[in-house]
Design a protein around this ligand. Structure first.
Ligand code: CAA
Length: 248
């Protein structure tokens, strides 16, 4: 089985951590498909800028929180002749608020986007992986799924759920050549983290032993390893990379 030359699909692959993962998997020699939210008007310019740097990505719009939208995505991707060997469930959102102030839409949006998406997107892509006897599913969780975070009951619950999903599915497909793993990043230099109030973020960074935010490319290198043949014995794992902020 060759490590290079497979096809990867990364949800939310056009920005932040997803973009870094898309680039790392492209660097590893894979064909890369990214998904973005439907109607995202910045994607065409983004694709052009990536192409100018040597990164040729295919892009599809999908709402990962919506089951029908994800089934349509899979139909399109397969109809276009792609076979997805590596699935990175990366798309995620925050709606930070203490539970006392959190409203139902703020709970639902996060759980649907971060957790329901695991079912929605994995479901149509895993069957062909099993059929071919090779696959990699890499689910992006968070340090806050393990340690919890003030103001993130919704996000922490969703990310803890991600790893529960990983562990159950890993057992179901371990004999089929498909591995399923979770990657739990700490605080990274991305738009998502820079949305945190400055004073709150200052306190968080002060609590990171290495003394800085992580770089998306650092997490992406880990994802590229898990996607490789060298990681065939790794399944059901939750690999954290957080600058020492949470050790467990
Ligand atoms: N622990 C204990 N108490 C705290 C606290 C903490 N960490 N932070 C604040 N408090 C206290 C305050 O002192 C205050 O106490 P009093 O009422 O006695 O004065 C009370 O809680 C309310 O605090 P705030 O006024 O700050 O509450 P707020 O509603 O204005 O802000 C919040 C709440 C906006 C949700 C803020 O807590 C917050 O931004 N939290 C989330 C931060 C975060 O880490 N987000 C991660 C985003 S990035 C990401 O998610 C990626 C990833 O995977 C890592």
């Amino acid at each position: 089985m060759k490590t290079r030359g497979r096809t990867a699909l990364i949800t939310g692959g056009n920005r932040g951590l997803g973009e870094a993962i898309a680039r790392a998997l492209h660097d590893a020699g894979h064909a890369v498909i990214v998904t973005h939210t439907p109607g995202n008007s910045r994607v065409a310019a983004w694709l052009q800028a990536q192409a100018a740097e040597g990164y040729a990505f295919a892009a599809y719009g999908v709402d990962v929180s919506d089951y029908e939208s994800t089934q349509e995505l899979a139909r399109q991707v397969h109809a276009d002749g792609h076979r997805v060997d590596i699935l990175v469930n990366n798309a995620g959102i925050t709606r930070d608020s203490t539970l006392r102030k959190l409203d139902k839409p703020g709970w639902d949006a996060v759980l649907r986007t971060n957790l329901d998406s695991m079912f929605n997107v994995t479901k149509p892509f895993i069957e062909p992986m099993i059929g071919r006897g090779w696959g990699r599913i890499i689910n992006i969780a968070s340090i806050n799924g393990s340690k919890g975070q003030f103001g993130q009951t919704n996000y922490s619950a969703s990310k803890a759920g991600v790893h529960g999903f990983t562990k159950a599915l890993a057992q179901e497909v371990a004999r089929k050549g498909v591995t399923v793993n979770t990657v739990s990043p700490g605080y990274l230099a991305t738009e998502m983290v820079s949305a945190v109030r400055e004073d709150v973020l200052g306190q968080i960074v002060a609590a990171i032993p290495v003394g800085r935010l992580g770089e998306p490319a650092e997490i992406a290198a880990l994802v590229a390893f898990i996607a490789s043949d060298a990681a065939a014995f790794m399944t059901g794992s939750n690999v954290s990379m957080n600058g020492g902020q949470h050790m467990y």
